[in-house]
Write a protein that binds this ligand. Structure first.
Ligand SMILES: [Zn+2]
Length: 199
C-alpha cells in the first residue's frame, strides 16, 4: 500500500521523531498541525530555526549557547560579579533561569565525571572555570550539580581544585516542594534531616 503522506512531509515527520520527547506518533501530529497552521506557525518556525541554525554559537566564557559570544547572560551587568553558579549542562542553566532565584553568571561544565560513561576531568570545561576564577571578584562558587552519585563526585572533585579562599556551596538536598515524607527514599530523608533549617 502506498504511504498516504508525501515524501517531503514524511521527511519532516522522520526528523521531528528524532527530537527528544517526540516519538513517531507525536511527530505525525506535530507535522500535521504545522502544515495546517502554515502561515501562523510553520512559516515563523522555519524562519526562527533558520536564524538559530545560522547564528547559534557556544559562549567561550561560560559554555552557554546563544546567538552571540559572549552570551546574553555573560553580558548582563545586573548579575552579581561575586557569585558563579556551576552547572552540568545548558538545560540546567535554563532550569535555574526559569526559576529566577539568583542573579549570577554561570559556568557550564558540559557533563559530569562518570566512570561508567568514561567521562574524565579532561572532557569537562574545568580549565576555563579555573581561569575565570583567577584574578576575579568571585568570592562564592555554587556547585549546582545533580544530586546523583556522578554529580556529587564531580562536586567534590571540583571543590578540591578550587582556590581555598573561595566559599564553595552546593544546592541543599531534601524534601521537594509539595513532597510527602511517606514517599521519600531514605537517602533523601537523611539529607533533609541533616540539613534541617530554622523555621
Ligand atoms: Zn556566557
Amino acid at each position: 500500500m502506498r504511504d498516504p503522506v508525501g515524501s517531503e512531509i514524511q521527511r519532516v515527520i522522520q526528523l521531528l521523531a528524532r527530537v527528544p520527547g517526540l516519538g513517531p506518533r507525536s511527530a505525525r501530529r506535530a507535522a500535521l498541525h504545522l502544515v495546517k497552521k502554515r502561515e501562523q506557525l510553520l512559516e515563523p518556525l522555519a524562519a526562527a530555526l533558520q536564524v538559530v541554525y545560522e547564528r547559534i554559537t557556544t559562549c567561550t566564557t561560560c559554555g552557554n549557547i546563544d546567538v552571540t559570544d559572549p552570551c546574553c547572560i555573560c553580558l548582563d551587568p545586573s548579575r552579581s560579579p561575586h557569585i558563579l553558579v556551576v552547572v552540568q549542562d545548558v538545560s540546567d542553566l535554563w532550569a535555574l533561569e526559569r526559576a529566577a532565584i539568583l542573579k549570577a553568571p554561570y559556568h557550564v561544565l558540559g557533563g559530569v565525571l562518570s566512570a561508567v560513561d568514561g567521562v574524565h576531568p579532561e572532557h569537562l570545561n574545568i580549565p576555563s572555570l579555573l581561569q575565570r576564577l583567577e584574578n576575579s571578584s568571585i568570592t562564592e562558587v555554587v556547585l549546582a550539580l545533580n544530586a546523583t552519585v556522578d554529580g556529587q563526585t564531580t562536586a567534590h572533585y571540583l571543590a578540591s581544585l578550587l582556590p581555598p579562599q573561595l566559599k564553595i556551596t552546593r544546592l541543599a538536598h531534601g524534601v521537594p516542594v509539595g513532597g510527602e515524607l511517606d514517599y521519600l527514599d531514605e537517602g533523601t530523608l537523611t539529607a533533609a534531616m541533616q540539613q534541617r533549617s530554622l523555621l
